[in-house]
Design a protein around this ligand. Structure first.
Ligand code: PLP
Length: 422
C-alpha cells in the first residue's frame, strides 16, 4: 500500500478496513474526556463490552445454583478449562489436546521447566535472550539454583552485536552450535517484550532439537499478535499470559502449550495437583497421581471461573475475526506508523526505531529508543491523550492493536509525537 501522511488518507483507510466495526466492541479509555489513543494493548488489552455479560452469567449461576453450578450452570464449571481450548489452539497453531488455560504465566513457566528443564552433569545450560522480561530471568535463575547450579555458569544470554538492538538469527544458530553439547533448554520470548523482535521460531526450534535440547517459548507478546504454528514447528512447550493482546483482563487467565509428542509421556516428571489427574477418577480421592493426557495433565487446581469467563468473552472475538485477518491489518497499521514516524524531519536526531524494520520479524509493537529528553517526550504525549508505555532507561513502546486501533489513531499519534519531540 502506498501511504500518505494525511488525516484524509488515514480516514479513508479506516473506511476501507474490513475490521473497522470491532473497535465498537471494546471500551476505549478516555483522557480529558476525549477518546485516548490507546497503544498499550501489549501491556493490558482493552475490555470487550461482552466481558461483563460473560462474568455476570457465572455470578448468576453461582447465586442461583451454589455448588451445583459445577454441573448445572450454563457452562459447567467442572469442565471450564475445555471451553477455551479450541480458540486457544487456533491462536497458537496447535491441537486442542496441546493447550490448556491455567494459572499465571510465571507459574506456568516454572511448571513447564519442572518437566522440560532436566539438567544433567554435562547438559545443563539454558539459552535465552539477554534482557528477557525480569520475571522470566528470575524463573531461569531460580530454576538453575533449584538444581544446585550456579546461574552464571548455567545461563547463556544471547546479546545483539555491538551497536545493534536485535538478534540476528544466524548468531542465535551459531550460539546453539557452539554450545550444542551443553544446552538443555532454549527458551526465548517469541516476540521480545522490549525490542518487539519476533524470532524465527521454526529455525531456532529446529537447531535446538538438532543440538539435543528442549525448546520452549514465552508467548506473552506473541499470542493474539502474530500467527504461530507451534504444533507444526514442533515446539516442546510454550506459556503465555491472557491480559496483553488476549484482552482477558488484569491478571487474567494464562495458559500453556505442550506438544502432542509429550502428551502420553506420563514418566515426564511434573508437579502435580488434582485437576491434572485423570478426570474419571478425580473425585475418587485416591492415592497415586495419574495425569490426564496432553496439556491438561499439567493442571494443578480447579479452574478460576470468573477469570475464565472474561477470557471466553475475548476469545469469542478472536474466533470471529481470525488471527490471519488480524495480522493482515496489523501489518498495515504498524507499517503506517513506521512510515509516519520516519517522515518526521530529521527524526534520527530524536529517536531510533529498534524494532526490526522487516515486518515478518515483528508484531504490532514499535520500540522507540529516545536519544534525548525521552521521559519528557513521554510525559508530553501522555498529556496529549496517548496511553503508551515507558521502559527505563530510554524506550517508548507503542503498539497499534488491530482489534481496536485505527489508522486515524496512528495518524493522530504521529502528530502528537512530532510536536512532543520538536
Ligand atoms: C508480561 C510478561 C510476564 C508477566 O508475568 P506474569 O506471571 O503474568 O505476571 C512475564 N514474561 C513476559 C515475557 C511478559 O511479557
Amino acid at each position: 500500500m502506498k501511504f500518505e501522511n494525511s488525516l484524509a488518507f488515514a480516514k479513508t483507510s479506516d473506511r476501507q478496513d474490513p475490521l473497522k466495526s470491532y473497535q465498537s466492541k471494546f471500551h476505549i479509555p478516555k483522557v480529558n474526556g476525549k477518546r485516548a489513543i490507546y497503544f498499550t494493548g501489549n501491556s493490558l488489552g482493552l475490555q470487550p463490552k461482552s466481558t461483563k455479560k460473560f462474568i455476570q452469567e457465572e455470578l448468576n449461576d453461582w447465586s442461583s445454583l451454589g455448588v451445583e453450578g459445577h454441573f448445572h450452570s450454563k457452562r459447567p464449571w467442572l469442565h471450564y478449562h475445555q471451553f477455551s481450548k479450541k480458540s486457544l489452539a487456533k491462536l497458537v497453531g496447535a491441537k486442542p489436546i496441546e493447550v490448556v488455560a491455567m494459572n499465571q504465566l510465571t507459574v506456568n513457566l516454572h511448571l513447564m521447566m519442572a518437566s522440560f528443564y532436566r539438567p544433567t552433569k554435562t547438559r545443563f545450560k539454558i539459552l535465552t535472550e539477554a534482557g528477557a522480561f525480569p520475571s522470566d530471568q528470575y524463573a531461569f535463575e531460580s530454576q538453575t539454583k533449584f538444581h544446585g547450579l550456579n546461574p552464571d555458569d548455567a545461563i547463556i544470554e544471547l546479546i545483539p552485536r555491538e551497536g545493534e538492538f536485535i538478534l540476528r538469527t544466524e548468531d542465535i544458530l551459531q550460539k546453539i552450535e557452539e554450545n550444542k553439547n551443553e544446552i538443555a533448554l532454549i527458551i526465548l520470548g517469541a516476540v521480545q517484550y522490549y525490542s518487539g523482535q519476533f524470532f524465527d521460531v521454526k529455525k531456532i526450534t529446529k537447531a535446538g532439537h538438532d543440538a539435543g535440547a528442549m525448546v520452549g517459548f514465552d508467548l506473552a507478546h506473541a499470542i493474539g499478535n502474530v500467527p504461530l504454528q507451534l504444533h507444526k514447528d514442533e515446539i516442546d512447550f510454550a506459556v503465555w499470559c491472557g491480559y496483553k493482546y488476549l484482552n482477558s483482563g488484569p491478571g487474567g487467565m494464562a495458559g500453556v502449550f505442550v506438544h502432542e509428542k509429550h502428551a502420553h509421556n506420563f514418566d515426564l516428571p511434573r508437579f502435580a495437583g488434582w485437576w491434572g489427574h485423570n478426570v474419571k477418577e478425580r473425585f475418587e480421592m485416591k492415592k497415586g497421581f495419574k495425569p490426564m493426557v496432553g496439556a491438561d495433565g499439567w493442571q494443578l487446581s480447579n479452574f478460576p471461573v470468573l477469570s475464565g469467563a472474561a477470557q471466553l468473552a475475548s476469545l469469542q472475538i478472536f474466533d470471529e475475526v481470525g488471527i490471519n485477518a488480524l495480522r493482515k491489518k496489523s501489518l498495515l497499521l504498524t507499517d503506517y506508523l513506521e512510515f509516519l514516524l520516519k517522515s518526521i524531519e530529521s527524526f534520527e536526531n530524536y529517536f531510533q526505531i529498534i524494532t526490526p524494520s522487516n515486518a515478518k520479524a515483528r508484531g504490532c509493537q514499535l520500540s522507540l529508543l529516545m536519544k534525548k529528553n525521552g521521559k519528557k517526550v513521554f510525559d508530553r504525549i501522555t498529556k496529549g491523550g496517548v496511553i503508551a508505555d515507558w521502559r527505563e532507561p530510554d524506550v517508548i513502546r507503542v503498539a497499534p492493536v488491530p482489534l481496536y486501533n485505527s489508522f486515524e489513531d496512528v495518524f493522530r499519534f504521529s502528530e502528537i509525537f512530532r510536536n512532543a519531540i520538536q
